[in-house]
Design a protein around this ligand. Structure first.
Ligand code: GRF
Length: 215
């Protein structure tokens, strides 16, 4: 099977980026990280990516007159790296409809809440304040509206009465690191389909022989 070329966009720490890099290093994983691009030169993730011998690039939004010019440069770099799928991993820039449409269904994001609940910032703080009993994370295809788009995979964790924003964030982050590589795997295997803005994931388990365990 051909290997899917994946670009990761970051602005900060890059722990999800690292989880994707680690997964791609597993033998037989059908995706390769072709580049990590940050809009901030000081993003911690860039050092981690370099240590893993992943090509890095900085496209600083402040160097451009407007969003469109910034995104044209981003788009050019992504094409030059041969990216076929873009993973947003803590990338703190809103993308315009032009960019989002150009990469439609090839652009995914991870968000630390069970969308459509708690889009935007301070998700854990808001979840705790409202007393929800479960929190979680979502990987979704990106649409023009922030933290919005067809949901691919979600995972949930309990919220405990004594949770702080930090303890909850740490619990959620752990499962983020599992579902993001799982999502890329499913996409790379060609099992993820979007139909009428809903995602359907084809079964990865081979059909059982009819002679065995007939139902
Ligand atoms: C993660 O919580 C992710 O869900 C959100 O931003 C955070 C990035 O963290 N979009 P990291 O840079 O991957 O460590």
């Amino acid at each position: 099977m051909a290997v899917l070329k994946v670009a990761i966009l970051i602005s900060g720490r890059g722990s999800n980026m690292q989880a994707l890099i680690d997964a791609a290093h597993q033998p037989g994983y059908p995706a390769k990280i072709v580049c990590v691009i940050s809009n901030l030169a000081e993003a911690e993730g860039l050092t981690k990516a370099s240590k893993n011998n992943i090509p890095i690039a900085i496209v600083n939004h402040r160097d451009f007159k407007n969003r469109e010019l910034f995104e044209h440069e981003l788009d050019k770099r992504l094409k030059d790296f041969g990216a076929e799928l873009i993973c947003l991993a803590g990338f703190m820039r809103l993308l315009t409809p032009w960019f989002v449409e150009r990469w439609r269904d090839k652009l995914i994001n991870i968000h630390p809440s069970l969308l459509p609940s708690y889009p935007g910032l301070d998700t854990h703080k808001r979840a705790i304040a409202e007393g929800v009993k479960f929190a979680g994370c979502t990987v979704h295809f990106v649409r023009a509206e922030m933290d919005h788009g067809p949901i691919i995979i979600q995972a949930a964790v309990p919220v405990y009465p004594d949770d702080s924003e930090e303890t909850l964030a740490a619990r959620v982050l752990k499962i983020e690191h599992r579902i993001y590589p799982d999502t890329v795997l499913a996409i790379a295997e060609g099992r993820v389909n979007v139909y009428q803005e809903r995602v359907f994931i084809a079964d990865s388990v081979p059909p059982r022989e009819s002679s065995i365990n007939p139902i």
